[in-house]
Design a protein around this ligand. Structure first.
Ligand code: HEC
Length: 145
């Protein structure tokens, strides 16, 4: 009984943060550009994460992606990519190239169905480096289920 209580107390704080985030989402939240200094330049619209190949670059990409994610995505997808149930839990994206392709399509174009924007497009906000830094971060928190 005590253990159960502790567990629910632990989840209530992130939930509170998420709702604060949602309140902000209804205001005018300007997407934050991402400083990608330290990452090799990229060109074109890649469909696979180019930063996985080099461990040092990959570590830098994860660090930059973590901050970019928390500034731009966490208000819907949750801090640390742990979804509170409002938007999909991004720790469950498929690994490797399969997940990359879906991820880059979604982050560029967002999700609009029947005229309703579920997720805004980030194509005009992020550089190619920023997109793959965020993907690298999501790799680092991925869980199998
Ligand atoms: C305004 C809220 C909002 C923001 C901000 C947002 N998303 Fe989303 N995202 C959603 C919703 C809602 C969905 C589900 C869309 C659907 O069902 O069509 C989604 C879906 C996704 C998916 C597909 C997941 C799946 O399993 O289907 C990915 C990948 C994704 N978002 C990445 C991101 C990233 C990366 C960012 C930050 C750059 C971001 N999102 C910012 C609301 C948001």
């Amino acid at each position: 009984m005590l253990a159960l209580f502790k567990k629910s107390a632990a989840v209530s704080l992130p939930a509170a943060l998420l709702f604060t985030g949602l309140a902000l989402a209804h205001g005018n939240v300007t997407p934050q550009g991402v400083n990608t200094e330290g990452l090799p330049p990229l060109s074109g619209e890649l469909t696979e994460n180019p930063y996985r190949k080099d461990q040092k670059v990959y570590a830098k990409a994860i660090e930059i992606g973590s901050s970019a994610f928390n500034q731009n995505c966490a208000r819907c997808h949750g801090l640390g990519a742990v979804s509170g149930g409002i938007a999909p839990d991004l720790r469950n994206l498929p690994a490797g190239g399969e997940g990359d392709e879906f991820f880059q399509m979604r982050i560029r174009h967002g999700s609009v169905r029947n005229g309703v924007t579920y997720m805004p497009p980030f194509e005009s906000v992020f550089s190619e480096q920023a997109i793959w830094a965020i993907r690298s971060y999501l790799d680092s928190v991925r869980v199998d289920n």
